[in-house]
Design a protein around this ligand. Structure first.
Ligand code: BES
Ligand code: ZN
Ligand code: ZN
Length: 476
């Protein structure tokens, strides 16, 4: 999708989208636009209402926004229109931008329309959405030129669509090698460096906790390392480190899952969010240095799988007692975090992972769980999430939870063995490997990465984290 600016509808012949804030049910003055007059008895901008009228060879779609609307609701509303009214659209589509719209509202609107082109039927024959056709241009009807924010909105949605595609794809397609190639290709296209350590290279490096998880799978683990440097002479820019869980399928291992295994193709959603953020950061040319690590492997069942009660080594040097092979995410993140800290020393670190069912039990599908001891990072992450509708809420990292990861036989254990505070003890485990880093945050996104909504019959990806991480980096 591209956009162009138009000042009026002279000679325009197509669909005109007209977002309208709520006026009043008993307003005596009708809403007037492009020769169409709508009585308030029929439509007055109430949320989730529409009015369609045909005039001058144009289809006018009035869209009720309610009295006010936040970023996420506006984006979802526009996604819904693009997705559900696909048959209405052709080559010519105009979006009237209300004068009261903020830049964020323009961004949410254009991003939402673009996102509406995403369809889950990857393996079906399907028609291309008119907005995704080559050469499609959305006409932005406004006195002001919004082309800059519109381009930014399209970039956000374009990367989100790629990440939706990755997370929704099955594990026999999106395996560790697929993600490694994706990272290489994205780096070449958008301008960041990608280095991938395969199984033997990881062995030489001593990434033993990561390798233990992938042992039971015939798919070679891939440890993806990406580096983005802004162009120009920017000596004082911050250096951010990102780590994302890239388990391309989580069977649970020998502690095999008894419930919801079918959804575990989404266990690389944290890693995919990091891949997407990296692409978007480079696409937006943000003035910041970023090093991102995505350890990718499959947690499979085999006679070569790691076992409960195994004691394994880690890149950090600490030994880990395996209590449960289904608590695999923290093992690969531990090596990802240690590798990042030892070799790249970033000032700020954020890891993101579909880590625990416990975080879903706590927050449901409304927000990610946020763990950090750094109040500035906490405030910036929450603010960034609130602004774009990918919310976070904090949980504690108190010392009182430390005994949950203490082992008799090894330095630490990967599970407390207790059915309580699972998201917290997982975070305490990760904290152990962060070498008391003063600006580390952990996001457990198990509840928000994959879910039910109006855009498909089955649970599917949300691309949670792509925009959040990027926006956090803009805000820091
Ligand atoms: N991938 C799962 C967590 C998960 C659960 C993600 C639900 C998305 C939706 C993780 O690897 C896992 O299995 N965690 C276990 C840990 C337990 C065995 C200590 C859990 O949370 O049950
Ligand atoms: Zn697991
Ligand atoms: Zn997992």
């Amino acid at each position: 999708m591209k956009t162009r600016n138009i000042k009026d509808l002279e000679g325009f012949c197509g669909v005109v989208l007209i977002p309208v804030f709520e006026t009043h049910e008993k307003n005596v003055v009708p809403i007037e636009f492009h020769g169409v007059s709508v009585s308030s008895r029929v439509f007055y901008g109430k949320k989730d209402t529409y009015y369609v009228a045909e005039k001058y060879d144009c289809v006018h779609l009035f869209i009720g926004l309610g009295k006010s609307i936040d970023y996420k609701n506006l984006k979802t509303l526009m996604r819904r229109i693009a997705f559900k009214e696909k048959a209405l659209f052709g080559k010519e589509v105009a979006l009237m931008i209300p004068e009261v719209f903020t830049l964020q509202q323009v961004e949410a609107t254009v991003s939402g329309l673009c996102l509406g082109t995403y369809h889950l039927g990857h393996f079906k024959k399907k028609d291309i959405h008119p907005f995704a056709e080559k050469g499609f241009e959305l006409a932005l009807l406004s006195k002001t030129d919004f082309s800059e924010v519109a381009l930014r909105a399209i970039k956000i949605a374009r990367t989100q669509i790629e990440i939706l595609y990755l997370v929704d794809s099955p594990p026999n397609v999106v395996n560790p090698a697929y993600l490694a190639k994706w990272a290489q290709d994205s780096g070449n296209t958008y301008g960041f460096d990608t280095k991938v350590l395969d199984g033997p290279a990881c062995k030489i490096e001593g990434l033993d906790a990561f390798l233990a998880v992938g042992k039971g799978s015939d798919k070679t683990p891939q440890f993806i390392i990406m580096n983005y440097e802004p162009s120009g002479d920017l000596p004082k820019v911050k250096h951010i480190g990102l780590v994302g869980k890239g388990i391309t399928f989580d069977t649970g291992g020998l502690n095999i899952k008894t419930a919801a295994m079918v959804h575990m193709k989404s266990d690389m959603a944290g890693g995919a969010a990091v891949l997407g953020a990296m692409q978007l950061i480079a696409d937006l040319k943000l003035p910041i240095r970023v090093t991102a690590i995505v350890p990718c492997c499959e947690n499979a069942v085999d006679n070569t799988s790691f076992m409960p009660s195994d004691v394994i080594k880690s890149y950090h040097g600490a030994t880990i007692e395996i209590i449960d092979t289904d608590a695999e995410g923290r093992l690969i993140l531990a090596d990802g975090l240690s590798y990042l800290i030892k070799n790249y020393k970033p000032e700020i670190i954020v890891d993101i992972a579909t880590l625990t069912g416990s975080s879903v039990g706590t927050f449901g599908y409304e927000c990610g769980a946020l763990f950090t001891n750094n109040t500035t990072i906490e405030q910036k992450l929450r603010q960034s999430g609130d602004e774009i509708g990918e919310r976070l809420w904090p949980l504690p990292l108190w010392d009182a939870y430390q005994p949950d990861i203490e082992s008799d036989i090894a330095d630490v254990k990967n599970y407390s063995g207790k059915p309580v505070a699972g998201a917290i003890s997982a975070a305490k485990f990760l904290e152990y490997f962060t070498e008391k880093h003063q600006a580390w945050a952990h996001l457990d996104i198990a509840g928000v990465a994959f879910g039910d909504d109006e855009f498909a019959k089955s649970k599917h990806a949300t691309a949670y984290g792509v925009h959040l991480l990027t926006h956090f980096i803009e805000n820091i």
